[in-house]
Design a protein around this ligand. Structure first.
Ligand SMILES: *Cc1c(COP(=O)(O)O)cnc(C)c1O
Length: 455
């Protein structure tokens, strides 16, 4: 049976995974979610302990791809995507850090972007079609997505970035790829880049090009993020106990992957959703009222500077509510159930810096600003618990580290007095030749550019 997906705005027809992947957003501007979340029996999850990451990804994703991608093909995609380590670092007793930073751009976004790109290619090959991915980026997303689509046939990619607002290292992660990845530095801000992309999507004169956006609302960027939670639990659990899992969150794609893993059968006693000073979600959980933060607050965990998380309608839908794309709550979620599963906390920059220093001085564990928000959130939750009775074991706790410290060398150097070691994925970047165009913040220029690239 082929799994169906519905739109969280409830005004679009159901689609299968292929439709959801290639469309991205539903026509009613809602987000696609599986109608039914498939179950994995607990003994099968426990057996993941001895399986390679790619095999676990296969076992999880096949439950969504049945009838669309034959098992052999899916296994091949998983092996292609997950050819790097996923370290589980012990910090203290039963507290662990899951480092999702060993992929090609040293960001957890590699996990889902790589799988989404390959699934898109797979479905396009069936149809004989081609796709142009157009995306605006302020940093991390652009490089993860560009790497994911690099050398993937049937797909070409155009990335726009604000030329003055991206760090050298971030720029080089995009501009040293070449091939099917075209990069344009725009003389403007991120919002200008975003506006150019949106106009191109809607332009009838560019109708001959089949565009897609590949941003974080695509279901293909979500489902692969359920996998690492199952992987970590299976390896760390000792007798089937439930875990506490802490996730530093911005647009809430990562945490939605965790919540879906939980619905699939992962034993979790509490998810800690840690945000930076953009505290619209912790307030929503506490008060039941949602107010987005405009403009979003600037924090050192810059990939989480989000005043209105784009995946929030999915989280609300998991608790029976309806939230539209603007953040209007059309039907209230079950807040009691939500508070039972979720502890949400906001950590400001001071708390983030303190967490980086404490983890280093206490345990020689190196965090970067995003993972530090998650780690500080976990400590906050653990200290809110009733003291344990003597003899009861310490609970298993896993905090997610979403990027490599070497992506933030200045901050780490300033706080810890040491330079973070470069992972292989970032080494060598400085000497690779860069290729990119520069353009004005002007739609007619951009349109002519696209017409030349896509004749
Ligand atoms: C994108 C990003 C996040 C936020 O992830 P969401 O899925 O948007 O919540 C956290 N940390 C880093 C390093 C990121 O790049």
């Amino acid at each position: 049976m082929v799994a169906t997906l519905y739109s969280t705005n409830l005004r679009s027809p159901d689609v299968d995974l292929k439709g959801a992947l290639l469309q991205g957003q539903a026509p009613d501007k809602g987000l696609y979610m599986p109608r039914e979340i498939p179950q994995i029996p607990l003994d099968e999850i426990a057996e993941f302990r001895d399986k390679a990451y790619a095999e676990i990804a296969f076992a999880v994703l096949k439950r969504y791809t049945q009838g669309l991608i034959p098992d052999d093909d899916l296994m091949r995609l998983c092996t292609e995507c997950y050819n790097y380590d996923v370290p589980l670092e012990k910090v203290s007793d039963r507290n662990y850090l899951m480092r999702l930073d060993q992929g090609p751009t040293a960001s957890f976004k590699d996990f889902a972007a790589r799988m989404m790109a390959r699934m898109m290619r797979y479905f396009l090959a069936q149809e004989g079609g081609e796709l142009a991915i157009l995306t605006a980026t302020s940093g991390d997303t652009g490089s993860a997505v560009a790497h994911a689509f690099h050398n993937v046939d049937r797909i070409s990619m155009v990335v726009l970035f604000p030329i003055k607002e991206v760090s050298d290292r971030q720029r080089k992660q995009m501009t040293t790829l070449g091939g099917n990845v075209t990069v344009i530095g725009i003389d403007g801000q991120f919002d200008d880049c975003q506006a150019l992309v949106k106009r191109a999507f809607a332009d009838p004169e560019l109708k001959h090009i089949r565009f897609s956006s590949a941003n974080s609302i695509n279901i293909g960027r979500l489902l692969p993020q359920a996998v690492y939670y199952l992987y970590a639990w299976a390896r760390l659990q000792e007798n089937g106990e439930s875990a506490i899992i802490s996730v530093p969150s911005g647009n809430f794609g990562d945490i939605c992957g965790g919540l879906i893993a939980h619905r699939m059968g992962l034993p979790v006693s509490r998810f800690v959703i840690a945000t930076n000073a953009n505290d619209e979600f912790p307030k929503f959980v506490a008060t039941g009222r949602y107010e987005k933060i405009v403009p979003s607050r600037v924090c050192i965990s810059n990939a989480m500077n989000v005043g209105h998380p784009s995946n929030l309608p999915r989280l609300v839908a998991l608790y029976g509510g309806v939230m539209d794309e603007q953040g209007k709550v059309e039907k209230e979620p079950d807040f009691a159930a939500m508070r039972g599963d979720i502890y949400s906390v906001s950590i400001n920059d001071e708390g983030t810096r303190k967490a980086i220093k404490d983890a280093w001085s206490g345990y020689k564990t190196m965090l970067e600003p995003h993972g530090a928000v998650g780690w500080a959130g976990l400590q906050r939750y653990l200290s809110s618990l009733e003291p344990r009775n003597p003899g009861t074991p310490e609970p298993l706790a896993i905090s997610v580290e979403t990027a490599h410290p070497a992506k933030f060398p200045e901050e780490i150097q300033r706080l810890l007095g040491v330079a973070p070691p470069l992972p292989p994925s970032l080494a060598g970047l400085d000497v690779k030749p860069e290729h990119y165009d520069k353009g004005p913040n002007d739609y007619s220029w951009f349109k002519e550019f696209l017409k030349r690239v896509f004749k």
